[in-house]
Write a protein that binds this ligand. Structure first.
Ligand code: HEC
Length: 242
């Protein structure tokens, strides 16, 4: 099962022709305004030959809430880097988390306000990992199982089916949790969804019309954790101006 999932997600994330494209990074206004990105991005590019530019439609983003890797903080706000399953994006994340990356962040003195720090308190990191463990798995599973129809987030903004509600829209419904917990019983899913030990097998005369979604209750729980974490985005992620 894990192997099948892996193959699926590899196929989904393979985008051969994009190898040398510039990576875009979306950041909260206060980070963009601080000048930090203009300081760190060229230094990363110099080291690696991978070009990263500030771009509000970027495939990577810095967010004030999990999920994501906590990369630096300022004035009690911890910024999380969200990346996709992509080698070059992983390289940027690893660099930011490396000693050199951290030193580059901390060597920057903004014209206004407090400098950024990259030595984020251990407590904060541990706490974040306990959430993001499941959330990260849930994100992968959502991408694999739901992302071919639903827009689950910036991860597949362009790939969902227009007629299908996005996860953000569903998440904004007051009873989103019940809907997600029971999605496999709600149309159109029963025709193509199998939850191990929960749903009856497809009727012999009614096989799944499309490649079926096959998952376990644990998988669904991880997806719920991921959808729970989408909350901040729905509220328009209020920026924390000082
Ligand atoms: C083959 C396409 C497809 C896939 C795959 C798919 N969905 Fe859906 N889903 C839909 C469509 C279409 C609707 C809208 C149905 C409607 O409005 O009547 C929907 C609606 C929903 C709803 C709202 C249901 C309701 O009645 O309120 C939830 C929750 C949901 N999907 C969750 C999921 C989850 C979780 C996954 C992945 C595990 C998933 N879907 C996979 C097509 C899909």
């Amino acid at each position: 099962m894990r192997f099948v999932l892996l193959c699926l997600s590899l196929t989904l994330s393979a985008s051969p022709s994009r190898a040398q494209e510039t990576l875009g990074l979306k950041a909260p206004d206060e980070v963009s305004a601080s000048g930090l990105l203009q300081h760190i991005l060229p230094r990363f590019s110099l080291k690696t030959g991978i070009r990263v530019i500030a771009d509000e439609n970027g495939e990577m983003s810095l967010e004030v809430n999990p999920p994501g890797d906590p990369v630096f903080s300022r004035d009690d706000v911890i910024y999380h880097l969200r990346t996709n399953d992509n080698k070059r994006q992983a390289r940027f994340r690893d660099w930011l988390l490396s000693d050199i990356g951290k030193r580059t962040v901390e060597s920057y003195t903004p014209p206004d306000g407090t400098p950024f720090t990259a030595s984020i308190e251990i407590a904060a990191i541990v706490e974040d990992q306990s959430i993001s463990g499941d959330v990260t798995l849930g994100e992968e599973l959502s991408m694999t199982h739901c992302g071919r129809c639903h827009v689950i987030g910036p991860q597949n903004r362009m790939n969902g089916l227009g007629s299908t509600p996005s996860f953000a829209v569903l998440r904004a419904m007051p009873d989103w949790s019940e809907r997600f917990q029971a999605f496999f019983a709600l149309n159109p899913h029963p025709a193509f969804t199998q939850i191990e030990d929960v749903t009856p097998p497809f009727a012999v005369n009614l096989p799944s019309p499309i490649h079926p979604v096959e998952m376990t209750l644990d998988d669904l729980e991880a997806i719920l954790a991921f959808v729970t974490a989408l909350e901040a985005a729905d509220l328009g992620a209020p920026l924390q101006f000082q």
